[in-house]
Design a protein around this ligand. Structure first.
Ligand code: NDP
Length: 254
């Protein structure tokens, strides 16, 4: 009972971007099990993710938008307002990665990664914070960063991704201070390598190169991020803001 109260999301409406696949799908289901009503924002319809949550007896629905399209995000967030009446938590999770050396990558590929990972999270955070402020909601925004925001991965080159995630970490700290008086907490989550469709598409030779660098000798599972997000989303973290919570099995320490 004590733990249930501490980590409960009952009565909270949670927006999960990219909640239809990978980490977002697994965490969205976990947030719904903790009591939240979940709105999934992404480009394609997340049929399977929504069915899973409904089969558990919980509530989820889709709002369509590309996170880098300000107008589409504002429209999607307005739809959540109409349907659920509020937004308490944002899990700003949608993101992409392009593995290419800097001399081979085009500037448009650089822009694409920065647009989705950094500008997209900024657009979603801003649009949701407006709703929170208008309604006087003491909300929580959790921005998906990565250990790549603090370390440089090897042997694959991904300067745009690393820079976007470093940007997310400092944007998070900046928004945490800017919105502290409004009662909105802003934190980031920095996972290490997590086994998802994004990483299963990764060539085996890359994964073989990562393994000796992993103190726990394995990739993480999306399920191992649920509790970290519930902590940041729930009232158990009301004195935590501006934190970058690293969940990487110790990878970034060695
Ligand atoms: P996936 O590729 O499995 O899923 C990405 C999700 O984001 C999809 O649901 C996709 O839906 C959505 N998405 C992508 N682009 C956009 C867009 N422009 N607008 C709206 N939604 C979009 O990724 P992961 O689950 O692996 O990663 C999720 C997050 O975690 C990312 O931010 C990633 O950088 C971060 N991360 C991942 C790690 C890993 O090892 N997997 C490690 C550290 C951080 P749709 O295409 O329909 O829009």
């Amino acid at each position: 009972m004590f733990l249930e109260e501490l980590f409960s999301l009952k009565g909270k409406v949670v927006l999960v971007t990219g909640g239809g696949r990978g980490i977002g799908q697994v965490v969205a289901r976990g947030l719904a099990k903790a009591g939240a009503e979940v709105a999934i924002l992404q480009r394609s319809e997340p049929k399977e993710a929504i069915k899973e949550i409904e089969d558990d007896g919980n509530i989820a629905y889709w709002v369509k938008a590309d996170v880098s399209d300000e107008k589409a995000v504002d429209t999607a967030i307005a739809k959540i307002g109409e349907r659920s009446g509020r937004i308490d938590v944002v899990f700003n999770n949608a993101g992409i990665c392009i593995h290419k050396g800097t001399l081979e990558a085009s500037i448009s590929e650089w822009r694409q990664v920065i647009e989705v990972n950094l500008t997209g999270e900024y657009i979603v955070a801003r649009s949701a914070a407006r709703v929170m402020m208008e309604k006087g909601i003491k909300g929580s925004i959790i921005n998906m960063a990565s250990m790549s925001g603090s370390i440089v991965n090897i042997p694959q080159w991904q300067a745009s991704y690393n820079a976007s995630k470093a940007g997310v970490i400092h944007m998070t700290k900046s928004l945490a201070i800017e919105w502290a008086d409004a009662g909105i907490r802003v934190n980031s989550l920095s996972p290490g390598y997590i086994a998802t469709p994004m990483s299963t598409e990764t060539p085996q030779e890359l994964k073989d190169a990562w393994l000796p660098l992993m103190p726990l000798h394995r990739m993480g599972k999306p399920e191992e991020l649920i509790s970290a997000v519930i902590y940041l989303a729930s009232d158990s973290s009301t004195y935590t803001t501006g934190l970058d919570l690293i969940v990487d099995g110790g990878y970034s320490l060695v």
